[in-house]
Ligand binder design. Structure first.
Ligand code: NAP
Length: 276
């Protein structure tokens, strides 16, 4: 379905392939104009041409290497300056297949720059702009490894745990300001991600692998349902709620003026606050 009136412009990072390219197509069909961000200008322009033709939407291309601080700043400034942008899909990211001990540290640092630093700077830019404009939506693409870091490379898992934690804190701060935050935790999705990570997707059991189309449709259904966390594979949303409730239940005891009884050594004076 195409609409003449734009439902607002969506800026999508990592839009040249995989999950980002599907978001671009689905959001254009929902009436959004688009700004597509990634490094591969040729791929972005080809997708922009196809989508503009098939949906009648305005589709712009912004080439940037988001592992480069200067280029991330340029995209962040663009995002803040363009009042028509009402949706950010913080999607660009890379993975790694090798275990921590075998992974190249320079590649890990570059992954941290893209998966966390760029995500943070763009989320900040969007949050400030959307609060000033009175509304907006930020979709952060994390991964199920945010809660299962043992499954793949540990730095990748840690980078996605960062995206989850950042989203939790952003939601807490922004929900009263009419800015919606959604964090999406995909499982294994059939995209170039796996080849680029050095792990052929064929090594995974096919019942674990979802298509990028199904993933994005489920994530957008979650957004429409008003979900904050969307785990497209998880059959029972109540399972996530249990994890979240357990996390919240820790809160009253996470910061206290004395160590827990099991850490109090007899005669140390810790329990009385007296030091010897
Ligand atoms: P993909 O097909 O490899 O797409 C990655 C996208 O990120 C591409 O558009 C790529 O475009 C862009 N990108 C990579 N490096 C970049 C850089 N330095 N600067 C700007 N853009 C860059 O992989 P995908 O599966 O769609 O991944 C999208 C997101 O989903 C990532 O955050 C990933 O961690 C997450 N995810 C994926 C899976 C999975 O199994 N596939 C599971 C959970 C989460 P250019 O090469 O043109 O720059």
């Amino acid at each position: 379905m195409t609409q003449n009136q734009s439902t607002g412009t969506a800026l999508i990072t990592g839009a040249s392939s995989g999950i980002g390219a599907v978001y671009a197509e689905r959001l254009a069909r929902r009436g959004h104009d688009l700004v597509l961000v990634a490094r591969n200008t040729g791929k972005l322009e080809s997708l922009a041409g196809t989508l503009a033709k098939s949906t009648g939407r305005r589709v712009e291309v912004l080439s940037a290497d988001l592992s480069n601080t200067g280029e991330v700043k340029r995209v962040a400034e663009f995002l803040q300056s363009r009042r028509d942008i009402s949706l950010l899909v913080n999607n660009a990211g890379v993975g790694a297949g090798s275990p921590l001990l075998e992974a190249d540290i320079d590649a890990m640092e570059s992954m941290i720059a893209l998966n966390t630093t760029a995500v943070t700077r763009l989320a900040y830019a969007a949050a400030r702009a959307f609060v000033a404009r009175g509304s907006g939506t930020i979709i952060n693409i994390a991964s199920i490894v945010a809660v299962a870091p043992e499954l793949l490379n540990g730095v990748y898992g840690a980078s996605k745990a960062y995206v989850l934690a950042l989203s939790q804190s952003m939601r807490h701060e922004l929900e009263s300001k009419n800015v919606k935050v959604q964090v999406v935790l995909p499982g294994a999705i059939a995209t170039d991600f796996w080849r680029a990570s050095g792990v052929p997707i064929e090594v995974l059991p096919s019942e674990m692998v979802m298509s990028s189309a199904d993933l994005v449709d489920a994530a957008l259904a979650g957004l429409d349902l008003g979900e904050f966390v969307t785990v497209p594979s998880l059959p029972e949303a109540a399972d996530w709620d249990r994890l979240e409730n357990a996390r919240q239940a820790l809160r009253p005891n996470l910061s206290r003026n004395v160590p827990a009884p099991r850490y109090q050594v007899a005669g140390s004076g810790t329990s009385t606050g007296v030091s010897h």
